[in-house]
Each structure stands twice: as structure tokens, then as C-alpha cells.
Design a protein around this ligand. Structure first.
Ligand code: XMP
Length: 310
């Protein structure tokens, strides 16, 4: 693929669709929304409003890091602090599907409010080819979210959707992101689920549990980084297990470490992580997060398991 040509064509396309109207981009820090945001900014400059919804379910330092990276590219990002609203919406929900639904509903409530406020006529969105194929094939239902909850974006929020990356697959988006000058930390990064760390807390999501799984995720990512897995993370179970603290029994938390190899996330196999790395992860998690008394490495492929736990 000729990235430079693609970028040039898409810039012209975005310009001709949006004209002199305002557009909005919801940046998540993932490679798709990042590439899409830079493309749209090159096309329409200050007519693009970039927002980052801080749902409290991101990885460590994410809002700050993403806005710093984009500020460095000359693209201002508005961080919308909606953490309390998200935790309130997720309170008391343990069922995985209910959790995803609650997340989706609060996301579009917050996002809709910001769109109204910005008076944007267009939403520039980083949908990619696999999202469309999986949605049409019924494999993945998390995309085309507006349509699924019965909202016509134009009627519901008053905007039209522009999707400049919809012909590309992930590896091509990574090349475009690189050609757009995004740093490796963005163009080479692992996929991260829309519902964030809520997908990695089994049972009810609380700020305390998210904070715990965030710390464990950071440790897993740091220790496993050199192996360059497709995806690696930590999961907090709702069950507890017995451990020992200062010679006494202690009933504490259980962390599952998951690392998988995959091409397209449709199937996956567990990474053959060296024993020393696994031991380093276990040691660091129990040393740095005293609530955790047990760490286990998961060895189930997809299928029958999925990659995420929720
Ligand atoms: P599963 O858990 O279904 O995940 O095997 C497959 C891939 O999709 C990611 N994932 C999501 N991505 N919104 C997303 O954009 C979501 O709701 C979502 N849920 C899972 C997951 O991290 C994996 O890469």
C-alpha cells in the first residue's frame, strides 16, 4: 500500500465532505482513532474538535499521555472527566452483557452531550474494515453502536459519520499511523477493549477494583513488552483465595495474567511466556499490590475462551 497517496486522498475526501462545517473526533489513544484524528486534523485544522472521554477505565496515565502526544503534534485534545458518571452507571452490575450495555449507554450519553456542545455536523470515526466485516457477520457487536441502540446519528445527535479508514485492515492502519508521524507507542500498541478495564474486572466494577487491575496491567505490560505479544493484560477475579501475610492466613484477591498471539483477534493462542518472566510478574504483582495473594497464568486458546474475560 502507498501510505502517502492514501493520506493525500483521504485528506481531500474529508475536506470535500465536511466543507466549512465543524467535525468532532472521539480520541481513545488506540491506533485507529489516533490515525483518524491526525488525518482529520490535517484536512480541516481547527474545525476539528478532538475530545478524549476519561471514563476512569483506562490504563495508567492514559489521558495525560495521549493528550501530551497529540499536543506535540499540534492537536489540542479536550479531556472530558466523566469518571464518576461511568462508575455510577456501572454500580451494582455484575452480569457481563449488562455491564457492556451500561458502558455503551453512558458512553453515548456523555458523547452526545459533547457533540451538542461543540455544534459539530460531522463525527470522524476510526472504523476499520474488520469492524464492518465482523459486525455484518454477527461476530462482534460492539461497533456500529449507534445503529444498534436504535439511534440514527443524524436524528439523535445531529451529526453525520465520516469513516476515512473503513477500507483498511489493522496492519495497514498501523502503517498509515506511522506515516502520519504518530509515535511507536501509538502505532504499534496492543488492542484495548472499548469498555476498558471494566472488561477485566469479573463481577461488579468499582473504582478500587479498577485501580487494582490497572496496577497489575501495568506490571504485566512492562514485564512482557519485550516478547511483543498481540495482547497481554491482567484480570481481577471476583473470587478470593487464601494467602499468608506476616505468618497469618489472609483471604485475598486473585489475578489472572493473560497473553495471547493472534492475527485478527478472531482466534488466539496463549503466548509461550518464559518461566522467568512469569515468576517476575507474579513476584511484582504480589509485592506491589498487597491485596493480591495469588497470580495465575491462563493457557486457554480462543476458542473456546474469548480474549477478554467479560
Ligand atoms: P474477545 O474478548 O471477544 O475480543 O475475544 C476480541 C478482540 O476485541 C477486543 N475487544 C473489544 N474491542 N470494543 C472494542 O473495540 C469492545 O467492546 C471489545 N471487546 C473486546 C479485545 O481486546 C480483543 O482484541
Amino acid at each position: 500500500m502507498d501510505e502517502a497517496k492514501f493520506i493525500e486522498e483521504k485528506i481531500e475526501e474529508i475536506k470535500s465532505i465536511t466543507g466549512s462545517e465543524k467535525a468532532i473526533s472521539a480520541l481513545s489513544g488506540g491506533v485507529d482513532s489516533s490515525a483518524c484524528t491526525v488525518l482529520a486534523h490535517r484536512a480541516i485544522g481547527s474545525n476539528l474538535k478532538v475530545i478524549f472521554i476519561d471514563d476512569g477505565l483506562m490504563r495508567a496515565n492514559e489521558p495525560e499521555d495521549v493528550s501530551r502526544i497529540f499536543a506535540g503534534l499540534g492537536i489540542p485534545v479536550d479531556i472530558i472527566d466523566a469518571q464518576d458518571e461511568f462508575f455510577y452507571a456501572l454500580k451494582g452490575i455484575s452480569d457481563p452483557e449488562e455491564k457492556r450495555k451500561a458502558f455503551r449507554d453512558i458512553f453515548y450519553t456523555v458523547f452526545g452531550r459533547e457533540v451538542m456542545r461543540s455544534q459539530a455536523k460531522y463525527l470522524v470515526q476510526g472504523t476499520i474494515a474488520a469492524d464492518i466485516i465482523e459486525t455484518k457477520g454477527g461476530v462482534k457487536t460492539q461497533h456500529n453502536i449507534l445503529e444498534q441502540i436504535g439511534i440514527d446519528p443524524e436524528k439523535g445527535f445531529g451529526f453525520k459519520v465520516v469513516e476515512p479508514l473503513k477500507e483498511l485492515f489493522k496492519h495497514e492502519v498501523r502503517k498509515v499511523a506511522r506515516a502520519l508521524g504518530l509515535p511507536e507507542r501509538i502505532y504499534a500498541r496492543m488492542p484495548f477493549p472499548g469498555p476498558g478495564l471494566a472488561a477485566r474486572v469479573v463481577g461488579e466494577v468499582t473504582p478500587e477494583k479498577v485501580s487494582l487491575v490497572r496496577k497489575a496491567t501495568q506490571i504485566v505490560e512492562e514485564e512482557i513488552e519485550s516478547l511483543k505479544p498481540f495482547q497481554a493484560f491482567a484480570v481481577l477475579l471476583s473470587d478470593k483465595g487464601t494467602g499468608i501475610e506476616e505468618g497469618r492466613r489472609k483471604f485475598g484477591d486473585i489475578i489472572i495474567v493473560r497473553s495471547v498471539e493472534s492475527k485478527d483477534a478472531m482466534t488466539a493462542s496463549p503466548t509461550q511466556v518464559p518461566w522467568d518472566t512469569l515468576m517476575a510478574i507474579s513476584r511484582r504483582i504480589t509485592d506491589e499490590i498487597p491485596e493480591v495473594v495469588r497470580v495465575a497464568y491462563e493457557i486457554t486458546p480462543k476458542p473456546p475462551a474469548t480474549i477478554e474475560y467479560v
